[in-house]
Design a protein around this ligand. Structure first.
Ligand SMILES: [Zn+2]
Length: 701
């Protein structure tokens, strides 16, 4: 029996202190009454939703009847802003009511919200609320710390992804709403706090029917129309009662974590810039005691938590930067940042502040816009309005310096920064960023990286590798370019070249943990386990889960099974619901001839995510080893699942051929062996292909 393939070819690139107290006095900002009974709270966050992509915002190309009804009966804030342009930090801002430099979460990966920071969930739970969250995609996985204070944190999308899938794990909006609604109904009678996160509008834009056909030329708007329809079963009953909020003891807040650029200023999606296309967000508040209308004041994500707490008559935690949007108007400055390309590409960090209608963006080529006069941010006034520039520059919070100085950085953040090559307290990775590092001047590189991902996801590996190498030649510090080049080469079975490309990037790129992890995987795949260990070992203490999973399997590849087992068990002790760790432990245990234990971990991996071809293949091997011909049906079923999920699971095809032939199931054997002989790469499977051909002759294939 063949041993299972060492590692997956896959690399996801993408990539308290509150208590019930006296309510404050009602101001003139929209509070008209305050019912005595407890108020239910529903927070809806829609990912990647532009402020101008909704019917109630004046968009005539999209149909959003549910949200339009909510907006018509609620209070709409057309000038609301996020503080980050990526998912995790933005949600941390909404839930904590604090800025990213206060709670410490600055990007999607590598940061965890510390449990010590109170959130709406932890505060409401303390006040006796039943609390639950239903999230739509991996960036909000419970491992990132947002689950603190929730009785239920449902991130039950299929975790991980198969090697042929090049997307983030996510679930459709209706699959988020169904369990959320069931929870909502099961808790009636108690005060409830429900947060739902719908990921649908995030790229790629592929709405379900009938929206797919109806919005064939505008699939992004199709996703939004679909999202609106998914919300109907949750929001319509709440809105019922002829939309008289005073009769319905509920507070509903709908917003987005960020928008989507759709080509604005040359940006395709989000995360690079902080122009209004991605920084401005929809915001609607509806409920008992909220007077309907359009509120033109500058509103912020950090105002949401104080709005909810004040509305419920609860005390605010100390030092929150926001204020209730329902109270008397006191518009504060709005801080914002976009640090992903600084962290991952070494480009200049982007920070800024909005005061009234003036928006200041601090970059090597600074920008100042007058938003009311110039909502498209076309005329940069930074050279003319010196006094405004000076005022806004000094309004940038001192603590928001980037990279942060020692003392204002959380241990998690410090660890992350160290792994990125930043020396915390010793100054930035680069002493001075110049116009060459300004993301505005690197938009062409960004577009080509998008093109590489696009080519890769369409299976054009040759072209993807070529374009990625062009980007490397121009910007040798971009880890992503090496990763994309190597990933494409690995798909083409050019493993030695992939290893070369990855090695050439070490020492040149900004964040090399991902690069080392992929190098470790590429080395392990070509049987160079000892070299893989050497590359990954430096991350044994500080590496993230995926790196430790790779180290575990590399140790085993190098023949150090017991050490590999130890690393993987440690990983599972931290997060027992990581399917990749269970998969790798299953492989290692099987190699140690502990097939029963291996089977249990592989089954656990598949229970967490049934789209893991390597887990299926290995499970087939374990079952056949344990039960022999009696277990053949189960083993053959597991192998079939493996190569149906990923046609490059050559071992599964070969195993199927051998076992089916031995049981006299000739048709099944013939089909598998001929597919194996036809598709398996000769350089890796030369001897097996010869054996398969001989066997085919024997059984008459
Ligand atoms: Zn997002």
């Amino acid at each position: 029996m063949r041993r299972p393939l060492a590692v997956s070819l896959a690399l996801v690139l993408l990539t308290v202190l509150g208590c019930r107290g006296e309510g404050g006095s009602a101001g003139d900002g929209g509070v008209s009454s305050r019912p005595d009974e407890a108020v239910d709270v529903i927070l809806v966050t829609i990912d990647t939703l532009r402020a101008d992509a909704l019917g109630f915002a004046g968009n005539r190309e999209v149909s959003t009847p549910v949200l339009d009804r909510l907006a018509a009966a609620g209070r709409v804030y057309p000038n609301a802003h996020a503080h980050n342009v990526v998912t995790l930090p933005s949600h941390a801002n909404i839930l904590t009511g604090r800025y990213p430099f206060e709670h410490g979460v600055r990007d999607n990966s590598g940061f965890i919200l510390p449990e010590t920071v109170p959130t709406l969930a932890s505060l409401l739970k303390q006040a006796g609320y039943a609390t639950a969250a239903f999230v739509g995609a991996y960036p909000l996985d419970s491992r990132y710390g947002l689950g603190h204070g929730f009785d239920v944190y449902d991130d039950d999308y299929a975790r991980g992804s198969s090697p042929t899938e090049f997307a983030m794990a996510e679930r459709r909006g209706d699959q988020v709403i169904a369990p959320a609604l069931a929870w909502w109904q099961s808790q009636s009678g108690k005060p409830r706090f429900l947060w739902v996160h719908l990921y649908d509008p995030h790229a790629s834009y592929d709405p379900p029917e009938p929206f797919k056909s109806k919005y064939a030329s505008k699939p992004y708007l199709g996703e939004i129309a679909a999202t609106d329809s998914f919300l109907a079963p949750l929001l319509e009953p709440v809105l019922a009662g002829k939309e008289t909020p005073a009769l319905v003891p509920a507070l509903v807040i709908v917003t987005a974590d960020h928008g989507e650029a759709l080509g604005d200023h040359g940006e395709l999606t989000h995360g690079l810039f902080a122009y209004e296309a991605t920084l401005r967000v929809p915001l609607v508040i509806w409920g008992a005691g909220v007077s309907p209308g359009r509120d033109e004041r500058w509103a912020r994500h950090v105002d949401i938590a104080p709005t909810v707490l004040e509305r419920l008559g609860m005390e605010l935690p100390e030092g929150l930067p926001g204020r209730s949007l329902l109270e008397a108007p006191t518009e504060g400055d709005s801080y914002f940042e976009a640090l992903s390309t600084n962290l991952n590409r070494g480009w200049a960090p982007l920070r800024g502040v909005i005061r009234g209608g003036s928006k200041w963006i601090e970059l090597p080529v600074p920008e100042l816009y007058d938003l009311p006069k110039d909502p498209g941010e076309q005329k940069n006034l930074s050279g003319e309005e010196r006094r405004t520039v000076a005022a806004l520059r000094s309004a940038l919070p001192e603590e928001a310096v980037w990279p942060p100085r020692k003392g204002i950085v959380s241990p998690e953040e410090e660890r992350r920064l160290r792994s990125l090559g930043y020396s915390v307290g010793g100054g930035p990775a680069k002493a001075v960023y110049t116009a060459d590092d300004d993301p505005k001047n690197l938009i062409g590189v960004d577009r080509r990286l998008h093109q590489v991902v696009d080519l890769y996801s369409r299976g054009s590996y040759e072209e993807a590798a070529r374009l990625a190498r062009e980007v490397i030649a121009e910007r040798p510090e971009l880890a992503e370019a090496y990763e994309h080049a190597a990933l494409s080469l690995r798909q083409l079975e050019r493993h030695a070249e992939a290893v070369e490309v990855l090695r050439s990037g070490l020492g040149k790129v900004v964040a090399d943990e991902l690069l080392r992890r992929q190098l470790g995987q590429a080395l392990a795949e070509t049987g160079r386990g000892a070299e893989a260990v050497e590359v990954l070992q430096p991350f044994a203490e500080t590496g993230d889960a995926a790196t430790l999973a790779a180290l575990g399997i590399a140790l085993s590849d190098a023949g150090r099974h017991a050490e590999g087992e130890q690393v993987l068990r440690k990983l599972l002790a931290q997060d027992g619901s990581d399917p990749k760790a269970h998969e790798n432990l299953g492989i290692v245990l099987l190699r140690m001839t502990r097939a029963a234990e291996a089977r249990d971990h592989l089954k656990r991996a598949i229970a967490l995510n049934d789209r893991l071809p390597i887990a299926w293949n290995t499970l087939g091997v374990a079952l056949y080893q344990l039960e022999g011909p009696q277990g053949a049906d189960a083993a053959l079923g597991a192998w079939r699942r493996a190569y149906e999920l990923d046609p490059r699971q050559y071992d599964a095809l070969y195993n199927t051929g051998l076992v089916a032939a031995s049981l006299g199931r000739q048709d099944e054997a013939r089909a598998a062996l001929s597919q194996f002989a036809r598709t398996a790469p000769p350089q890796r499977f030369e001897a097996d292909i010869r054996k398969a051909q001989a066997l085919l002759q024997e059984i008459g294939g």
